[in-house]
Ligand binder design. Structure first.
Ligand code: NAD
Length: 370
């Protein structure tokens, strides 16, 4: 059957989603959409974004795009997780306990196919409220078995990926004496500065917060530069740790660094166009969702019984993933973003091809007997 291009089934068919759940609780005012993209590798995990979308179509588009992204992120990180995401259509000031408890009941009704977490405009308190209704939630407070601030783990993963990129592009195992420009010294950026400074890296930093800049200047002897100046510095690595969309037609001509390795999400304004420009300029780009997967590794560990040392040690393996992806991209003559996509798809395909071993329990005969 040919479906109209704008139908929901047509969209999920193109993007490969398994299930979309619309959640409505009139009493609490909850209007949410849960997107389960692919559960081949494990239950779909991804945060809940609360946003005042202009219309339902925008909310759906966002949840489809974000949940698909989580499948690739988990696959590249080597986790036994699939990709999912949820959006709640509301303004931050409309948040209530009842809204999140109602949402928790919907999450619970999926029996663990979807596991939620924090995202834009949702916080630990919201996840604690979800936890009252379901165990399929991460990012709760440490008192409820949560993993706390993910930023040091994310930053360590970025650090490991950056090191792998330096070894690949500059042939150096030791970072001593190298220059790194860090854009944004918030949670991830300032921890990254700490790891780099320990290795004798010369740091250049920009931020819109004067206080944060002063802190890294004092702690690590970083040189503060202007918000626009950061792009054109003659450094070895540019590490975006603030906003998305910062690799674009305006900034790319300014870049002198041979490597881009940072924690920010969605760094390429246009994946195809700007990924290709980076490739042509021989600038090694570490795909953002691969290098910043430490936060996901952290909440995955929460599901297993949280141990911070284990989470930190696993985040270091991001260096191996980055290294494999950079070599694959070179071998196949494709962008690193394309190489990470193929890397994820190969892993999902290999697991989906595993032979189903029938037992009485999971066979049709077993179901007839129940
Ligand atoms: P944050 O808000 O703590 O830090 C962002 C910093 O960027 C702030 O200090 C802010 O003042 C600064 N900033 C804003 N605009 C800027 C500009 N124009 N120039 C320079 N600096 C600017 O956020 P975070 O948790 O450190 O996350 C940073 C990025 O990493 C985000 O894109 C986030 O989505 C991504 N990320 C974070 C985690 C995590 O564990 N925190 C995990 C995965 C991805």
């Amino acid at each position: 059957m040919n479906l109209p291009m704008n139908s929901l089934f047509s969209q999920v068919e193109t993007m490969g989603h398994e299930q979309i759940v619309y959640c409505h609780d009139p009493k609490s005012g909850l209007r949410a959409i849960i997107g389960i993209h692919d559960t081949t590798l494990g239950p779909a995990l991804g945060g809940t974004r609360l946003w005042a979308y202009d219309n339902e179509e925008d909310a759906l588009r966002d949840v489809l795009r974000l949940s698909r992204g989580m499948t690739y992120k988990a696959a590249c990180a080597g986790l036994s997780l699939g990709g999912g995401k949820a959006v709640i259509i509301a303004r931050p000031e409309q948040k209530t306990e009842a809204m999140f408890r109602a949402f928790g009941r919907f999450v619970n009704s999926l029996g663990g196919r979807y596991i939620t977490a924090e995202d834009v405009n949702t916080c630990v308190t919201d996840m604690n409220n979800v936890r009252m209704e379901t165990r399929f939630v991460t990012g709760v407070s440490p008192a409820l078995g949560g993993s706390g601030d993910p930023s040091p783990v994310t930053a360590l993963g970025v650090f490991a990926g950056l090191k792998a990129a330096v070894e690949y592009r500059l042939g150096k195992k030791d970072l001593r004496g190298l220059k790194v420009a860090v854009q944004g010294v918030g949670n991830v950026g300032r921890y990254l500065c700490g790891y780099l400074a320990e290795q004798g890296v010369k740091l250049y930093v920009s931020d819109i917060s004067v206080d944060r800049l002063k802190e890294v200047e004092r702690a690590h002897g970083a040189t503060v530069v202007g918000q626009d100046e950061i792009y054109g510095l003659d450094v070895d690595v540019f590490a975006p740790c603030a906003l998305g969309g910062i690799l674009n037609s305006k900034t790319l001509p300014l870049l002198k660094a041979p490597i881009v390795a940072g924690g920010a999400n969605n760094q390429l304004e246009d994946e195809k166009v700007h990924g290709q420009i980076l490739k042509e300029r021989r600038i090694v780009y570490c795909p953002d969702y691969v290098i910043n997967a430490g936060g996901l590794i952290n909440v995955y560990n929460e599901l297993l019984g949280y141990d911070r040392e284990k989470a930190l040690s696993e985040a270091k393996s991001i260096g191996n993933s980055i290294s494999a992806i950079l070599h694959d991209a070179e071998k196949e003559g494709i962008t690193t973003q394309e190489a990470s996509g193929r890397f994820a798809e190969r892993r999902i395909k290999s697991i989906s091809e595993l032979k189903q071993m029938n037992t009485l329990e999971n066979s049709g005969i077993g179901r007839m007997h129940r």
